[in-house]
Design a binder for this molecule. Structure first.
Ligand code: CA2
Length: 148
């Protein structure tokens, strides 16, 4: 069974607790439930990891191939906008990464318009709320169907 990793970066543990106008009212736990349900329907496995620490996210990316992941759904949080270390880690691995943002970063403050990680990712989904994570999983499962 194919296995995917949902990787959430800094402050995403606060989902549902603050700024509901921007990030909605669903918690990280309900995101997990939603994506798990979608994974069950597609008959794939999904693991979840959230960290407020850049290095911990980079360690997960480095270990992704060894851990058997076929794809990573990554919301790097604010690291998106400035972390060359995260960008280098994404480009150093062969496991494809889809960048997901809950909010439409292009419609927010100027500093959020640019992503340093998008160019080394398979694609970017922004502004579709938690549904973006499900869409990314759908892309992976459809695009990789039948491939080992
Ligand atoms: O829209 C997204 O998913 C972001 O990656 C979220 C990051 C932000 O820095 C990016 O520009 C866009 C922030 C995550 C903080 O999440 C919170 C959730 C609830 C309350 C407070 C922060």
């Amino acid at each position: 069974m194919k296995k995917y990793l949902v990787l959430n970066g800094p402050n995403l543990n606060l989902l549902g607790k603050r700024e509901p106008g921007i990030y909605g009212t669903d918690s990280l736990a309900s995101l997990t439930e939603r994506v798990k349900k979608a994974a069950d329907q597609s008959r794939v496995t999904v693991d979840f990891f959230q960290s407020n620490h850049e290095g911990a996210l980079i360690d997960q990316l480095h270990a992704a191939e060894e851990n058997g992941y076929s794809g990573i759904i990554l919301n790097p949080g604010a690291l998106t906008h400035y972390s060359y270390a995260l960008r280098d880690a994404i480009s150093s691995i062969t496991v494809p990464v889809i960048e997901v943002h809950i909010s439409n970063i292009h419609a927010r403050e100027e500093f959020r318009h640019h992503s340093v990680t998008a160019a080394v990712s398979r694609g970017q989904i922004a502004g579709l709320g938690l549904y973006g994570y499900e869409l990314a999983l759908k892309f992976f499962t459809e695009a990789q169907k039948g491939r080992e």
